[in-house]
Design a protein around this ligand. Sequence first.
Ligand code: SF4
Length: 346
Amino acid sequence: MKPSFFEFTLDELKGHLQSLGKEGFRSQQLFRWVYQMRVSDFSQMTNLSKDFRRELPEMLDLSVPRVLTEAKSLDGTRKFLFDVGEGQSVESVLIPSKDRLTLCVSSEVGCNMACKFCYTAKQKLKRRLSAGEIVGQFLAVADRLPEGQRITNIVFMGMGEPLDNPDAVFKSVEILHSPWGVGFSKRKVTVSTSGIVPLIPRVTEAGVRLAVSLNGVNDDVRSRIMPINKRWPIAELMKACRQHTEESGDRVTFEYVLLKDVTDSLEDARALYRLTRSVPCKINIIPFNEHPNSGFHRPSEARIERFQEELMRLGAHVLRRKTMGRDIYAACGQLTTAANPAPIAL
Ligand code: SF4
């Protein structure tokens, strides 16, 4: 089977072409056509010889994952379901806001981290995506945008735990960032983790932003809702986060899901403040987005506000993540391709 163009870095493609008896420098020309000019037909790459253009379709696959369905929310959020072969699919979500257009990409088909509040977790890990499949989600969505619109931010917060698939994730970051690739600023790329502590230094090394799905303020609660905490408890996680901020000079974003009567008390808000105050950070509170048979509930508006106000009163930098795409199951923790859930009322 011919390899996908999108799996290659510039140097790797050079080596690949040379192994086929072709001139290595052609890789630069190909990268320019594909990433800068977004030409997806070899025959249109006019500075390549006609013979080479004829041979290229046999050597490289230029197709990106196919969009199976696209759903649009009333709030403008768009959810794309991608075919990644063998009957498997992943989702990407495009989230518009005032001055941003954020693409949330998936890194795995399903996920093995088993976070209790997460819809994706119901679909166990089927396989890890390749770098090309991650880059492909970006390109397929970017190609569908109207003239003049562009993706401004990329977050690895879709299906899967990005640090469970680090080689593909960081290779895709390299391709998305490099001047020979998409040329996307690393400052606009965020990798989120549920807490695979030994791999947090790779986020630092890659120069991208770190988000941590915290969701519990002590080991009891966190281990109950996020089994990964049994392996790497909160103290180790916070130590790794502090180290990241010291080495990167950047803040960490802590994601905190508000689950009614589990993580949403005023005492939880105070404990969250105490836990995070020694780490330069911002806290995103995310009112739980309900999905079938989760066993959890969304707190009332009054409780959500009380929680946020308490953190603000204490001096935390806290934002409430606006719930986007809730009607199409595109909101945080709702991504799954396992079933076709019925639409929920907003
Ligand atoms: S929240 Fe993230 S890490 Fe946890 S099960 Fe869901 S997709 Fe996996």
